[in-house]
Design a binder for this molecule. Structure first.
Ligand code: HEC
Ligand code: HEC
Length: 140
C-alpha cells in the first residue's frame, strides 16, 4: 500500500513536471475547430467572466494574459484533465482579479487629465504581476 501510494505520488510529480503547455493549447485549438469565433460561453462549460469573448481569443488570453503575465503555466490554475473545474484556488482568485482590474480601469477613465494618452491608459494583469504571482512592493 505504502509503495503503491509512493508510485502514485511519483507519477503525479512526473505529470506536473512534464506538462507541455504548447501541446495543451494545440489540443484545445483542435477541440474548438469550427467554433473559434463563437462566444466562449457557447464553447466552454464554465465561463462566468469572459462571456462574449470569442473562444479562440480566450485561449490567447489564457496563454499570454494570464499564464505568461504571472510567470506560471496553465496548471497553476487548472487541472488539465478538466479545464472547466474550479478545484484550484488561483483560478477562483483570477476571476476576482478580473473584476478588480475592471474597477481600476473605470477609475482610471475618471482621471480627466489622463484622457489624451495614446494608447489609452489601461491596467491589466501584467501591470502588477510582471511575470510573478506576487507583485513586487520594492525595487530590487
Ligand atoms: C491565473 C489563472 C489561470 C491560468 C494561468 C490559466 N487559466 Fe484558464 N481559466 C482561468 C479562469 C479564471 C477561467 C474561467 C473564466 C471565466 O469564468 O470567464 C479559465 C477558463 C479556461 C477554459 C474554459 C474551461 C471551461 O470549460 O469553462 C479553458 C479551456 C482554459 N481556461 C484553458 C487554459 C489554458 C490552456 C491555460 C494555459 C495556457 C490556462 N487556461 C491558464 C484561469 C486561468
Ligand atoms: C493592481 C494590481 C493587480 C492587478 C491589476 C492584478 N493583480 Fe493579481 N494579485 C495582486 C496582488 C497584490 C496579489 C497578492 C499577492 C500575494 O501577496 O500573494 C495578487 C494575487 C493573484 C493571484 C494569486 C497568486 C497565487 O499565489 O497563486 C492570482 C491567480 C492573480 N493575482 C491573478 C491575476 C490576474 C489573472 C489578473 C488580471 C486579470 C491580475 N491578477 C491582476 C495584484 C494585482
Amino acid at each position: 500500500m505504502l509503495r503503491f501510494s509512493w508510485i502514485l505520488l511519483a507519477a503525479a510529480a512526473f505529470a506536473a513536471d512534464t506538462f507541455d503547455q504548447q501541446a495543451a493549447v494545440a489540443e484545445l485549438r483542435k477541440k474548438i475547430a469550427g467554433k473559434e469565433s463563437l462566444p466562449a460561453e457557447q464553447v466552454f462549460s464554465n465561463i462566468q467572466k469572459m462571456k462574449g469573448v470569442p473562444a479562440q481569443r480566450l485561449l490567447g488570453v489564457m496563454a499570454i494574459g494570464y499564464a505568461k503575465s504571472l510567470g506560471v503555466t496553465c496548471t497553476h490554475c487548472h487541472n488539465p484533465e478538466d479545464w472547466s473545474s474550479d478545484e484550484k484556488t488561483p483560478k477562483k482568485i483570477a476571476r476576482e482579479m478580473s473584476d478588480m482590474s475592471r474597477t481600476l480601469n473605470e477609475q482610471l477613465r475618471g482621471i480627466a487629465l489622463l484622457k489624451d494618452r495614446t494608447p489609452p491608459v489601461t491596467v491589466n494583469c501584467t501591470t502588477c504581476h510582471r511575470g510573478a504571482t506576487k507583485p513586487a512592493l520594492n525595487l530590487p
